[in-house]
Design a protein around this ligand. Structure first.
Ligand SMILES: [Zn+2]
Length: 279
């Protein structure tokens, strides 16, 4: 930050015009302080308008980002839903195939049983019995497979229901967000342009060197530009003002910057003196 801008003498009152002396303020010093306080008040008023603009700008920036985040979430749920549907489809195909195979095997067993009645010799008979046994075993395995498949289908159906519920909710939220975004943005912009106009009005009251300093800080530092000092602590960076600078601040002869964060500072007590406990 440029050192030239560090502190600004109270505009239109030359510091040399200040009468020396401690204790009560003499007439000249009183005028001087009141000009100083007036400039601080003008800056605070300007800051308040900028505070509102700051909030709106954040909102204007956040609104499309929220929509983007929602779109990304929707795409993610949609992909998950598709994967789930594919899985279900695959399981149904498996179920169908198993059904056919079980049916075919049963038919084969029935056929073998009827053939069994017609065999002539015992050698052939035993061979047929063995064949039937192995067919029955295959069929039992398939029945087992079917049971497992049904269990899996029940589980996947539950998951599908969950994903469908989530999908519907996100889709609904996205549609509402898309519809509302335009209205939200245009409302913000309307309010903002009113504030910008008000800012121009308010700026006119601030002496040019003071306003230039304010703008210089506003463009370079994080919001806000002017902050109060309460109990020696800067309201911007929350670090204590060094003793000498604090004494200067209390005098109210020039607009000071916080030595740490460079924001403009004013002493809160100038505006809201602490009530001395008398009771
Ligand atoms: Zn500070």
């Amino acid at each position: 930050m440029c050192g030239v801008y560090r502190n600004i003498p109270v505009w239109s009152v030359h510091p040399a015009g200040r009468l020396p002396g401690a204790g009560n303020l003499c007439g000249q010093e009183e005028i001087h302080l009141s000009i100083y306080l007036n400039q601080i008040r003008q800056l605070i008023t300007l800051q308040k308008v900028d505070d509102e603009i700051y909030v709106l700008d954040k909102e204007l920036k956040a609104a499309p980002q929220e929509l983007e985040a929602l779109r990304a979430r929707f795409a993610e749920v949609q992909a998950r839903r598709e994967r789930q549907n594919e899985k279900m489809e695959h399981l149904h195909e498996q179920e169908k195939r198993l059904g056919i195979e079980i049916e075919d095997d049963s038919a084969r067993i029935r056929k073998s049983k009827s053939k069994l009645m017609q065999v002539a010799n015992s050698k052939e008979y035993h061979a047929m019995v063995r064949e039937m046994d192995s067919l029955e075993k295959v069929n039992r395995d398939r029945e087992e497979e079917k049971t497992l498949l049904i269990e899996e289908l029940t589980l996947q159906r539950g998951l599908k229901e969950e994903v469908e519920t989530e999908f519907a909710a996100v889709q609904d939220e996205l549609q509402r967000c898309e519809a509302g975004l335009e209205a939200r943005v245009s409302k913000c912009q309307t309010v903002r342009s009113g504030l910008v106009q008000r800012r121009t009005e308010v700026s006119k009251d601030v002496p040019m060197p003071v306003f230039t300093r304010y703008e210089f800080i506003r463009e370079r530092l994080d919001h806000p530009v002017i902050v109060s000092v309460v109990n020696r602590v800067c309201g911007g960076c929350h670090i204590a003002i060094p003793p000498q600078a604090y004494i200067e601040l209390q005098k109210g002869t020039q607009i000071l910057s916080c030595p740490n964060c460079q924001r403009l500072v004013f002493w809160q007590e100038h505006f809201e003196p602490t009530q001395k406990a008398e009771e």
